[in-house]
Design a protein around this ligand. Structure first.
Ligand code: NAD
Ligand code: TDX
Length: 341
């Protein structure tokens, strides 16, 4: 395979970080540029073992700063862009929607302009199943690529807006884009504001786990490595202008997820504390991944194997998440929750 120059935005975050490591290891002949603003969710310590590799580069920049981004693209002439950078937490979007529009909508539009200016070979936009809104509890219903966009939170509305801009740049200017819409990810380096790492870290510290509402909301969980493989496939073989849903049929209620973690760690279910429900809390997400499977993708983890691997990773890497929850995170937690410590 020929040498390729690939820009990964948001490569200091959870999924982008896993993707950067996956690509740096898998393709020594590709140059991987990680562009990240290093917000509260970005952290470079996770890349210590790849920092010295010849095919890894880091650029600190804000995707919403037009001049910086245009100049960087003019200089580096990236051939591929894989766009993860975003504000990603639904609860934060409910408290402070403005930054979600700034980063997720404006930032994406600036990247699209830059990608157009240097005529990239492919722009992969990493989106989410949350743009489809919610499903009811009928297990025979799924999101397909044809499901209308009906986002319910400021986060998902900002992602849907960015999806529409990506689509429009393909239709209007012929920009070679593909969009992926994945279900909930979990795995190593998941920031402990999200349900699974929040539960693991709190259970390990014998602290109460806040479960919103009655805990019966359903999410469709995918191990981050399977998501990375899907994005790699779409980057190389996705058809321009097409959307690909990514998911592995691993539907669980939030309560099932929390109880599985508690049981695996040998702790008591008395740690569960039901708290006030999230505003506009989507009932259920579930993905039909047939289109991506037809392109050649299939997940390698079940929820059972993936959650066991993930829990073990958090046990083996306590210093990574302890350093996060000891800083500003604590202030965020205190503001967001009123649980018994
Ligand atoms: P994350 O919050 O862990 O990471 C986001 C990264 O983007 C961070 O490193 C942050 O520093 C960076 N960033 C934020 N604003 C920036 C800016 N203005 N300029 C440059 N960098 C900036 O998020 P994640 O969970 O890894 O999600 C990555 C992408 O995948 C997002 O676009 C999200 O919508 C999408 N997605 C996430 C999930 C999931 O379950 N987490 C599922 C489907 C899709
Ligand atoms: O403390 C909590 N208690 C709780 O019950 C938290 C943080 C969450 N929950 C519930 C809300 C959801 O039903 O757990 C479920 C999962 O919540 P999150 O981990 O916040 O994920 P979700 O809102 O489903 O969104 C995630 O998946 C889709 C990512 O954060 C998004 O970036 C992605 O697009």
């Amino acid at each position: 395979m020929s040498r390729k120059k690939i820009l990964v935005t948001g490569g200091a975050g959870f999924i982008g970080g896993n993707f950067v490591q996956y690509m740096v290891d898998k393709y020594p002949q590709y140059d991987i540029y990680n562009l990240d603003l290093l917000t509260y969710a970005g952290d470079l310590t996770k890349h210590k073992h790849i920092e010295t590799k010849d095919n890894y580069y880091f650029v600190k920049a804000d995707i919403a700063e037009r001049e910086t981004i245009m100049a960087l693209f003019e200089k580096e002439k990236f051939e591929y862009v894989v766009h993860f950078a975003a504000e990603s937490h639904v609860d934060r979007s409910i408290t402070d929607p403005g930054i979600f529009v700034q980063t997720n909508v404006l930032g994406t539009q600036i990247l699209l302009d830059a990608a157009r200016a240097v005529e990239v070979t492919k722009f992969v936009h990493v989106s989410t199943d949350e743009v489809y809104g919610e499903l009811d509890f009928d297990p025979s219903t799924f999101f397909t690529e044809e499901t209308p966009l009906q986002p319910n939170s400021p986060y998902s509305a900002s992602k849907a807006s960015s999806d529409l801009l990506v689509r429009a740049y393909h239709e209007t200017y012929g920009l070679p884009v593909s969009i992926t819409r994945c279900s909930n990810n979990y795995g190593p380096y998941h920031f402990p504001e999200k349900l699974i790492p929040l539960t693991i870290s709190r259970v390990l510290n014998e602290q109460k786990v806040p479960v919103y509402g009655d805990g019966k909301n359903i999410r469709d969980w995918l191990h981050v490595n399977d998501h990375c493989a899907a994005i790699n496939l779409v980057m190389h073989e996705g058809v321009n202008g097409e959307v690909y849903n990514v998911g592995g049929h691993n539907e669980k209620t939030n309560l099932e997820v929390v109880k599985t973690i508690i049981k695996t760690l040998g702790k008591s279910e008395e740690l569960i504390e039901f708290v006030k429900d999230r505003l506009g809390h989507d009932k259920r997400y579930a993905i039909d991944p047939t289109k991506l499977e037809n392109l050649g993708w299939k997940p390698t983890y079940t929820f059972e194997t993936g959650i066991a691997q993930t829990i073990q990773w958090y046990l083996d890497n306590t210093e990574w998440w302890e350093q996060i929850i000891s800083g500003d995170y604590q202030k965020y937690f205190d503001k967001q929750y009123t649980v018994n410590k």
